[in-house]
Write a protein that binds this ligand. Sequence first.
Ligand code: SF4
Ligand code: SF4
Length: 503
Amino acid sequence: MRRYILPEYVVERDDLKCTRCKICVEQCTYGVHHYNAAKNTIEGRSELCVDCLRCVLFCPVNAITVRRNPNVYKENYHWTYEFIVSIKRQAETGSALLSGMGCDKPHLTYWDKLLLNACQVTNPPIDPIREPIEIRTYLGRKPKTLEFKINGGDITLETKLEPSLCAETPILFAAMSYGALNLNVHEALARAAEDCGTYFNCGEGGLHPSLYKYSNHAIVQVASGRFGVDLKYLNVGAAIEIKIGQGAKPGIGGHLPGEKVSNDIAMARMIPAGTDALSPAPHHDIYSIEDLRQLIYALKEATEYMKPIAVKIAAVHNSAAIASGIVRAGADIIVLDGVRGATGAAPKAIRDNVGIPIELAIASVDQRLRDEGIRDEVSLIASGGIRSSADVVKAIALGADAVYIGTAALIAMGCTLCQKCYSGKCPWGIATTDQEISSRLNPEEAYKRVVNLVKSWSIEIKEMLGAMGMDAIESLRGNRELLRGVGLTDRELKILGVKMAGE
Ligand code: SF4
Ligand code: SF4
């Protein structure tokens, strides 16, 4: 069938600058550039370009420019380029459209409509360079009161503390599975977690044995496919996360095609090599809060009540009521993953249209749990499109205890958000298990980049806390008085629980 789709990008080469070094030919995993020996020239097939910018960044003489194709369909407010191309693609393939990474639609990003407070005159700020500011974060069930036994000069804690995670920064790495990513990426995240005193999450694909040495910093996931789950796996992690849903594809399962299931991935997932790894949409043993409670307590039993159990859900319309049920089911941590949450592959229609912004979900869940007097029985992790230290601070002021970052960590490693993670050809060697392409990612360098990112954000978090006169992140949690909204309706402000700027 003849293609009726206009190429989205045009790749231009400055022939006077080009030295025919062929680096672009080697670097483009999509086969755009090729060398014509007869003419001694590099030629290009722009229609294959995905705008990953690998060739642009690697060209030693800056000879390449990638532009949006100026030949657009006739301008139409309703029938935009994206809708026309989607229809043409579906007319040619008969398939659901896939995409990678998170929703890129212009749904309101509430972080950009929220501003933070700062001390002026009557309450002094704290200088984070000269005075200590605590951002260590404990995640898990907290006791309502503490009882001590005083015996002469000895004071001992009588209250039995529940198991919890202790992170030196409120930034953890989100679940990303081995299979969606390669082992280099997992290793970089594991080392970064250890270095920063935080946690990585192995996602639903099991934990590769070579990463067991980082297990004190690992959160192991139990998803609907139960890949890689056995007693050893459950006990090796610092915490266990039950994945009910994720922000990029709420309500649907996952699929890793058999051709990507190499021997190593098969071993980690505990499935035969070369077979499709299908995660069902529901957990086939969970149809109610009572069923969830059974799984939570089965996992607690299996780990002798030594590990906090997290439950991850996508942020959806009634997250507050669901979260209340999850607390009552015995979870120690709830992860809320908003509509901007990313993934290796998701149906585009689901990714862009299902779920709600994380800002509204966190605020409503935190408020509901406070109203019910059960907020201290659980920690909340906000996830899905956290872009900066300011987003982290705003998330905690809205009611989160900590955040997960996924996309930001991958961008730190090199990802340019081309959204072609599902193709297996990730030009930065991240979302691919192809051995040759994976070798593009140097785990040593990737780990250092991620550590630098977390360190920079942690410094900025301390600066923002200091500016607000706070010496501990604990005082920020759910402290919405420190936030003001701009350009939001009364209803939005009410759900967020923040006042209008100027009030
Ligand atoms: S796909 Fe990436 S590497 Fe290939 S031409 Fe386009 S920008 Fe360059
Ligand atoms: S991980 Fe790779 S394929 Fe996915 S968006 Fe980033 S650069 Fe593109």
